[in-house]
Design a binder for this molecule. Structure first.
Ligand SMILES: [Zn+2]
Length: 428
C-alpha cells in the first residue's frame, strides 16, 4: 500500500544532501550539502546553517512544488511533483506545506491535579516557588493508575493532534519507588522515549536527609524503574541536586543501562551543563543561564542544548540566548516542557513562534530545532527528517510554508498528521 502526496507547496525535508537534486530546493542556504554528515557526531554536525549561511551544519532544507511517497510506514520517495511516481492512493496538498512531525524531546506528562490558580497568582505578581511541585507530587501519589493513565493519554492525543509525532515523557512527580515505577510503566505505554526522573526534587519526607534520597534514587528506585525507561535525567540546580549528586545519579543510571540527559542551568549559572557534557548526555535542557565555558563545552560536544521557551513565557523569566548558542555552533533543539507547573502547553507551533519572535531564531532554525533538533536530542535518526527511509511521520499545514507557524501565532495550522504512514489526525 503506497500513498503519493503531491502538489506540496513547500516540503521541508531537513535533508540538505537531497535538497535541490531536481533544482527546486536548497532553501537551507548556500552549499546545502552537509559535508559534516548527519550522524550526530561532535561539533558542527548539528548546528544551523540555514539562514546565516556560516554556522556549521544546518540541516534545514526544503523543496518547492514537491511530492512524496509513503510506503509501509516509511518515506519511499521525495522530489519534484512533476517527476513523482504513481501510487495506490493520492493526496492533493493543493499548495500547502508538509513538514516532518514535531519531535518533542522534553515533556512531563505523568501527573495528576492542575495548578491554574498558581499560574494566575504568578501572573498577578506572586513569585514562583517550589511549593507548587509538591502539590503535584501529592496529587500524583493520591491518583489511581486509571486517573494517571487517562490524563497521560489525553495529553498524548492533544500533542498528536497538534503535530507532535514523537515525544519524550519523564517521571518525577511520584518520588517514591512505587510511584516512580508506575509513572514510567504508564509512560512506556504511549512512547518509547521514557525518562526516569526520580531526581526531580527531594520530596518533603527526605527534606532533612537529601543524601538518603540520592541513595534511594540510585538504589532501589533505579532498580524498579530502569526496566521501563531508556533515559535517566537529573535536575542539577541550586535547591535541587548538586554536581556530585547529579554525577552519581547519572553514573548509576548508566550502569543500569539508561542514557543520560540533564535539566541544566534553568534558574541560574551552575554546573549542570558541564556535568551533562562530561557524562556524554544526549541533551542539556533549559540552558537559560550559560557561562562562556558552558557554551564552548556544548559546542565541542555531542550534547544538544534543548531550549524550552514556553517555560520562560509562562514564568516571565528571561529567554535563553539562542543566537549565542547557534553562532557558536551548538546543536539546538526546541521542546515544550509540557508540565502542570512552569509551562502547561502541548503546542510546538507556539514554542516555534516564541523561538522566532523572542529568541531571534530564524523560522528555518526554529522548525529544524523542533523536528531534526529534537530527534538529535533523543539520538534518533529515523524521525525529524523526510528522506527516503525515514519514518513516515509528517504533518500538513493549512498554509503554504513553514514560516506561517510563527507568522500566524496561535492559529491551529496543523491540518493533518501522519505517523508511521497512517493518517491519525485531521484530514488531507
Ligand atoms: Zn523539565
Amino acid at each position: 500500500m503506497s500513498t503519493l502526496i503531491t502538489n506540496i507547496g513547500e516540503l521541508v525535508t531537513n535533508a540538505p544532501d537531497e535538497a535541490g537534486a531536481d533544482g527546486s530546493g536548497g532553501a537551507g542556504g548556500p552549499g546545502g550539502a552537509e559535508g559534516s554528515g548527519e550522524a550526530g557526531g561532535p561539533g558542527g554536525a548539528g548546528g544551523i546553517r540555514g539562514a546565516g549561511g556560516s554556522a556549521a551544519g544546518s540541516g534545514f532544507a526544503a523543496l518547492s512544488d514537491a511530492a512524496l511517497v509513503i510506503e509501509d510506514g516509511r518515506i519511499a520517495w521525495t522530489g519534484s511533483a512533476s517527476l513523482a511516481p504513481a501510487a495506490d492512493d493520492l493526496v492533493d496538498a493543493a499548495g500547502r506545506a508538509v513538514l516532518p512531525g514535531f519531535v518533542d524531546s522534553h515533556a512531563h506528562l505523568v501527573f495528576a491535579g492542575e495548578r491554574g490558580a498558581e499560574f494566575a497568582a504568578r501572573m498577578a505578581g506572586v513569585p514562583y516557588t517550589a511549593g507548587g511541585i509538591r502539590s503535584t507530587v501529592a496529587a500524583t501519589r493520591a491518583a489511581s493508575d486509571a486517573e494517571l493513565g487517562g490524563n497521560l493519554r489525553r495529553l498524548a492525543a492533544e500533542m498528536l493532534a497538534q503535530g507532535i509525532t514523537t515525544f519524550e515523557c519523564k517521571s518525577g512527580y511520584g518520588l517514591t519507588v512505587s510511584d516512580e515505577a508506575r509513572s514510567l510503566a504508564l509512560a512506556a505505554q504511549v512512547t518509547p522515549e521514557v525518562t526516569y526522573l526520580g531526581a526531580h526534587v527531594v520530596p518533603p519526607e527526605f527534606a532533612a536527609d537529601p543524601a538518603g534520597y540520592v541513595d534511594l534514587v540510585t538504589g532501589p528506585m533505579l532498580d524498579a524503574c530502569a526496566p521501563h525507561a531508556r533515559w535517566v535525567d537529573v535536575f542539577c540546580e541550586r535547591g535541587a541536586f548538586d554536581a556530585d549528586q547529579a554525577r552519581a545519579i547519572l553514573a548509576a543510571g548508566r550502569l543500569a543501562g539508561l542514557q543520560p540527559r540533564v535539566h541544566a542551568n534553568q534558574l541560574g549559572e551552575g554546573p549542570g551543563v558541564q556535568v551533562a557534557v562530561e557524562a556524554g548526555a544526549a541533551s542539556a535542557d533549559h540552558c537559560s543561564y550559560l557561562s562562556g565555558s558552558d557554551v564552548e563545552a556544548l559546542a565541542s560536544s555531542g550534547t544538544v542544548a534543548t531550549l524550552l521557551p514556553g517555560v520562560e513565557f509562562c514564568t516571565r523569566q528571561p529567554y535563553p540566548d539562542a543566537r549565542r548558542l547557534l553562532d557558536a555552533g551548538v546543536t539546538v533543539a526546541i521542546a515544550t516542557d509540557c508540565n502542570p507547573g512552569s509551562c502547561f502547553t502541548s503546542s510546538m507551533p507556539f514554542c516555534i513562534a516564541l523561538a522566532v519572535r523572542d529568541m531571534r531564531m530564524t523560522t528555518q532554525e526554529a522548525v529544524w530545532a523542533a523536528t531534526a533538533g529534537g530527534a538529535r536530542a533523543l539520538r534518533r535518526d529515523d524521525v525529524g527528517r523526510l528522506r527516503v527511509g525515514s519514518r513516515a511521520d509528517l504533518i500538513m499545514l493549512s498554509a503554504p510554508s513553514h514560516a506561517y507557524l510563527a507568522y500566524r501565532p496561535g492559529v491551529p495550522l496543523v491540518a493533518a498528521v501522519w505517523r508511521d504512514g497512517r493518517l491519525l489526525a485531521g484530514g488531507a
